[in-house]
Design a protein around this ligand. Structure first.
Ligand SMILES: Cc1cc2nc3c(=O)[nH]c(=O)nc-3n(C[C@H](O)[C@H](O)[C@H](O)COP(=O)(O)OP(=O)(O)OC[C@H]3O[C@@H](n4cnc5c(N)ncnc54)[C@H](O)[C@@H]3O)c2cc1C
Length: 319
């Protein structure tokens, strides 16, 4: 398979790539193959190849919202990252490839006096992952700014989707269930005062430094925090803390002492340990207040299937 792919011109190909090197939790066994394309054309070729040979294909960005299995992945990982990271600004519109580093995108907007992206300055992933997750902060999502998204669909064809077709909702988009690879997006901002924009970004980064764990590998917020949940039971960090779970440890996976909605890797944690800890937290919270916590973090099984971590078989049966 390696030889066939190298001949096909799909970008840089690595065999038996440790997935722990491609995610912020630093967890996960090897992928059979990891490919880093440089263009939408190479992405399309790879999607076509995987489809023709019926090989599982998983798309990732910087792996900051993913838990890979300890057994790794029997298939191909398509990483859209630094090799696909062109960005240009046209008036109040930004055209960016999916591999653009999100904090870099926010900084470019600020430099050009464009407002609306201040809330993404501290999110350590790619634009592709952010669009797919409709990620953001301060109860906002990148979807608010997305005008068009270019994707390679399951058939290997380039499609251009409108804002409406992406059907953005809280930490969700229609892209999540489509199997499409995001290759580029057009974002619309408003013009603003560069100093005010920069001030808002500095403030956000300071707040993150104060609230979130910085040294130990983690994946950001593990559990989803919706508006309805805030109104009824409060944010997940507060619920988990009130259940007395801060500092709870299974193996080398630990509920962060800084923020209870983070699970940190204290060194050599396994995916099995993280899943067991997620199951434990959900069980304790459910017993205490009768609420079912849902995961924002996504688990990838060895067959390349991807799902919210609470849907992993090891967790699903735990309530
Ligand atoms: C310290 C820390 C803080 C965080 N803070 C926030 C926050 O404030 N708000 C927030 O929303 N998130 C936050 N996150 C989570 C994460 O950074 C975001 O979800 C980010 O947008 C994921 O981008 P990624 O490139 O790492 O995607 P990955 O984790 O690699 O993938 C996430 C999902 O997107 C898919 N995907 C990735 N790239 C593509 C593509 N090009 N085409 C199609 N599908 C793709 C993957 O298949 C997967 O389903 C945080 C994470 C960390 C570690």
């Amino acid at each position: 398979m390696l030889g066939q792919l190298s001949e096909l011109d799909v970008g840089a190909v690595k065999a038996r790539a440790p997935l722990a090197h491609h995610c912020s939790w630093r967890i996960g066994g090897p992928a059979d193959l990891l490919v880093e394309p440089e263009s939408a054309m190479q992405v399309a070729r790879l999607v076509g190849f995987a489809r023709e040979h019926e090989i599982p294909l998983l798309v990732i960005g910087q792996g900051t919202n993913l838990l890979f299995d300890d057994a790794g992945l029997r298939g191909i990982v398509l990483k859209v990252g630094a090799r696909m990271a062109q960005l240009s600004i046209h008036g109040n519109r930004i055209l960016a490839e999916a591999g653009v580093w999100v904090p870099q995108l926010a900084r470019q907007a600020a430099r050009n006096g464009l407002t609306g992206l201040e809330h993404i300055i501290g999110i350590p992933g790619t634009l592709g992952g952010l669009v797919l997750m409709n990620g953001g902060s301060h109860r906002r999502g990148i979807g608010d700014n997305v005008r068009r998204v270019w994707v390679i669909d399951r058939a290997g064809e380039l499609q251009v989707l409108s804002h409406a077709q992406c059907a953005f909702s809280y930490r969700h988009s229609a892209l999540q269930d489509s199997g499409a690879v995001v290759v580029r997006a057009e974002l619309e901002c408003s013009t603003g005062d560069p100093r005010a924009i920069r001030r808002a970004m500095v403030c956000d980064l300071r707040e993150r430094r104060r609230k979130f764990p910085r040294k130990e590998p983690n994946c950001g917020s593990v559990f989803l925090s919706t508006a309805e949940m805030h109104a009824s039971v409060g944010p997940p960090g507060k619920i988990i803390e009130e259940a007395g779970l801060k500092g709870t440890r299974i193996g080398n996976a630990e509920v962060s002492l800084h923020h209870a909605n983070f699970i940190v890797n204290r060194g050599g944690a396994s995916a099995a340990e993280v899943l067991a800890l997620i199951a434990h937290i959900r069980r304790e919270v459910h017993e205490r207040i009768g609420f079912e916590l849902r995961c924002e973090v996504r688990y990838v099984d060895p067959q390349g299937r991807i799902m919210p971590a609470d849907q992993a078989p090891q967790v699903r049966s735990s309530l």
